[in-house]
Design a protein around this ligand. Sequence first.
Ligand SMILES: [Fe+2]
Ligand SMILES: [Fe+2]
Length: 284
Amino acid sequence: MQSIVPNAYPAPTSAPGIVRILCLGDVVAQPGRRVLQELLPGLRQRLELDMIIANGENSAGGVGITATTANDLFRAGVDVITTGNHVWRHKECLAYIGKEPRLLRPANYPPKAPGRGLGLFSLPGGRQVAVLNLLGRVFMDAVDCPFQVAERLCAEAREHTPLILVDFHAEATSEKRALAWFLDGKASFVFGTHTHVQTADPMILPQGTACLTDLGMCGVEAGSVLGMQQETSVRRFTTALPHPFVSAKGEPGLNGALVELDAATGKATVIHLVRRGGVSVLAV
Ligand SMILES: [Fe+2]
Ligand SMILES: [Fe+2]
């Protein structure tokens, strides 16, 4: 059974042939970008990280992503940015995504959409890591079947590397857990994003695929609804009027997961929840 370490950082496994990757949930607005800038340089060193992946779909004002906010994340130390249903909120992203190979959009959008959903990235030393971004279909916009697209693109990625990470940006826990089982043995780590709430279900499936239903978010949690001011969110629900969202102010949290992968097989050996903030788990 994997350990859950909410308040202490795990000691890196310094065995050769292990790749350590930190995946971070939806980065929300300026506070989310700021917490990455503050923490990632130290975390990269302390956790001996080979790669950092973050979902950036909320990095611009809480909804969408721009070249400026993407560059903030890259400068903070993020290697690959995934996105989700808010990727096209700012029109400039339509042109920008074609020029920035480190920025992915869900692969199961129609093929004529700009950008791409599968990227192959080189680590220092030459190892390659594939990152695949997908969008769910339960309570989400209509897109191509994420299961079929995942099967096809994981096979394509595997021709280059066994290290394959999948950001499944989806609402329903059932759909996310099902994709993880569907990809068991075909991907190294299947993690969910989009709900902004970290789930407490990190596990490694029998064929070596790590999974977590949702990474959570990087943004202000206290006094907010998913990183946005609670007042405007409550007003939207109580009036059914389109009050514009306003990002929350305050001390941001950081949520994600750390996986250790066997570089030769792509199988996960360890998964840890990563969370900045005061939570405690009472193990019984
Ligand atoms: Fe989001
Ligand atoms: Fe989303």
